[in-house]
Design a protein around this ligand. Structure first.
Ligand SMILES: CC(C)(COP(=O)(O)OP(=O)(O)OC[C@H]1O[C@@H](n2cnc3c(N)ncnc32)[C@H](O)[C@@H]1OP(=O)(O)O)[C@@H](O)C(=O)NCCC(=O)NCCS
Length: 170
């Protein structure tokens, strides 16, 4: 998996020592993410399925995803700490997942997001298209998907320039 580094923010796969910081960040975003189990994070880290963003030694974001055997990817959790939001960190985390999907010849990256969350605007901005709505009382989930073939090719030499799909996608 590529190591994306630019402007002091490094984006790369988590290792087990990162688990406490990832869990802390997940807990601080509990209202949006729900409860994230430490053990499921640990197992995902061991499978190389958690990407983190750090400034120096400070964890500022993570993305937990799953490589399904049918060559589709599912994003389970993504969060950027509030002080670092709206500066492109979330986009880079998604970009790293898409790069991994390209490397694994995956066809699509999917996720579900509660309809009331502002994050739905983020997914549209970074190239996901709405694929439906799932009613799971008491809340509705928006289904998002990004076709890997439509995503911009990964550019690991200048990752700060990389983007995943057009802003108008979806
Ligand atoms: C969703 C989240 C991960 C986005 O991370 P971020 O680092 O702030 O996102 P970025 O700065 O990379 O934004 C990328 C694009 O999405 C847009 N965007 C970001 N947040 C947005 C929002 N709430 N509404 C609409 N657009 C948004 C940005 O404007 C940017 O667009 P641009 O490149 O055209 O300017 C972050 O807000 C977060 O952690 N939220 C709390 C946890 C959460 O809701 N997770 C998702 C659960 S489903």
């Amino acid at each position: 998996m590529a190591d994306h580094m630019t402007s002091g923010v490094r984006v790369w796969p988590a290792v087990e020592q990162d688990l406490p910081d990832i869990k802390r960040l997940a807990d601080s975003a509990k209202q949006s993410l729900g409860f994230v189990h430490r053990e499921s994070l640990r197992r995902a880290i061991l499978r190389d399925e958690v990407i983190i963003a750090k400034v120096d030694e400070t964890m500022i974001g993570f993305c937990h995803f799953y490589r399904r055997q049918d060559r589709t990817f599912t994003i389970y959790h993504i969060a950027v700490e509030p002080a670092s939001q709206h500066s492109g960190v979330g986009r880079r985390l998604i970009g790293a997942v898409v790069t991994d999907a390209q490397e694994h010849q995956a066809s699509v990256v999917r996720l579900k997001c509660p309809m009331n969350l502002e994050a739905n605007g983020f997914y549209r901005c970074v190239g996901f298209a709405q694929a439906g709505v799932e009613t799971r009382e008491p809340r509705h989930l928006v289904l998002w998907e990004l076709l890997v073939a439509d995503a911009a090719p990964a550019d690991t030499s200048s990752p700060q320039e990389s983007s995943i799909g057009g802003r108008d996608a979806g």
